[in-house]
Design a protein around this ligand. Structure first.
Ligand code: SAH
Length: 355
């Protein structure tokens, strides 16, 4: 039995499934899911993320959160949380960088939201000594001040895709064509959740909705508005996306979305407007979207790179220079990746963000 067999059986029984159902099975099926069964990160894996490129990323995010904690009067105890921590690299770098912030480690309780048993195991090793507690969902995070990071978490949540047809929308679905997985379209129906997209689309345009994203943002924002805190949400995407952004990545190269289910990473661009609106509804303030390159420069990445470079030479120095460029240059991750900050209305935004 493979994930392809499981999907084929499921579609024969239920009929064509949504892109969201397909993504959920591919990424998190208990037996065959991509994240459930493996550690996909790093050179030997399928993709690399900012914290895996350089320690500077987690260090600077950590210092931004710690500054925000100080600005809000150093509340104790508080929750230090991460959504989808991968190998735990970002959190380990964050914890090392904040060791010198008086009271920060003593007041923090570490909470990780992670769906993958395989990655929880890696995180337990990376973060041994910090007594992390794991959660399946954000709802079970404690009701107390919440300082949180999420890097490339929201892009892994399942999206639905719709193609505009007059005043209605046809959902893109995955069915079978001669026994092989294939895209198709459901008949057009009205979609109240897409009413606002009738303003900026034309017939034939494709839009995406990530249904789980807004409730997660709202849950974080409710805690931050009530108890204080801040969230730094980092991902690729934009304010209101248009077009098909579903992509598969395998061994660091783009792959076909339907040919190797469960063996490639599947992501979609994040619709930051939906996160910001949900946060606002919950009474939280949010920053404007800030490009990653600008954010990291404001936090002093170039000075940090110089300090790290001082004892280096040869290949190690070249690697550091390349990592700095990769994280910040507009032609690399600097512009594609954005940061949205959430914070209490009466507090200052975390440093580095466009207020
Ligand atoms: N933040 C890490 C890893 C990004 S990969 C980094 O930057 O390197 C996406 C992470 O989110 C993985 O840890 C994956 O297992 C987790 N994840 C994906 N979907 C999830 C869900 N629905 N609930 C909880 N964790 C999820």
């Amino acid at each position: 039995m493979s994930l392809t067999d499981h999907l084929t059986t499921r579609i024969r029984a239920e009929g064509p499934i949504s892109v969201a159902d397909y993504m959920s099975d591919c990424l998190l099926h208990p037996r065959f899911g991509y994240y459930t069964t493996r550690d996909p990160l790093g050179a030997a894996g399928d993709f690399t993320t900012a914290p895996e490129i350089s320690q500077m990323f987690g260090e600077l995010l950590g210092l931004a959160l710690a500054q925000s904690w100080l600005d809000q009067g150093a509340p104790a105890p508080f929750t230090l949380a991460e959504l989808g921590p991968g190998r735990g690299t970002l959190m380990a770098d964050l914890l090392r960088a904040t060791r010198g912030v008086p009271g920060f480690h003593a007041a923090m309780q570490l909470h990780l939201v992670e769906a993958s048993p395989a990655l929880r195991k890696v995180q337990a090793e990376t973060l041994a000594g910090f007594a992390p507690r794991w959660h399946d969902h954000v709802e079970t995070l404690p009701d107390q001040p919440l300082f949180l990071v999420a890097n490339e978490f929201f892009d892994a949540l399942p999206i639905r895709q719709f193609i505009r047809s007059g005043a209605g929308w046809s959902e893109r679905r995955i069915g079978l064509n001669n026994g092989t997985l294939a895209f198709g379209l459901a008949p057009a129906t009205p979609q109240p959740a897409l009413a606002h997209r009738l303003e900026d689309t034309r017939d034939g345009d494709l839009v995406e909705i990530c249904e789980p994203a807004a409730p997660i943002a709202e849950s974080l924002a409710t805690r931050i508005a009530a108890h204080g805190g801040a969230a730094l949400i980092v991902d690729y995407g934009d304010w209101r996306a248009l077009g098909d952004t579903l992509q598969a990545l395998r061994a660091h190269a783009p792959a076909d979305v339907l040919t190797t289910p469960g063996e490639a990473d599947l992501t979609a661009h994040v619709d930051f407007e939906a996160l910001a609106l949900a946060a606002k509804t919950a009474g939280c303030a949010h920053s404007r979207l800030t490009p990653q390159g600008v954010f990291l420069e404001r936090l002093g990445i170039t000075d940090r790179a110089r300090a790290l470079a001082a004892p280096l030479q040869g290949a190690a120095l070249d690697n550091l220079v390349a990592a700095h460029r990769r994280l910040t240059h507009p032609a690399e991750m600097g512009n594609l990746f954005k940061i949205l900050g959430l914070y209490p209305p009466q507090a200052a935004p975390p440093p580095g963000l466009n207020p």
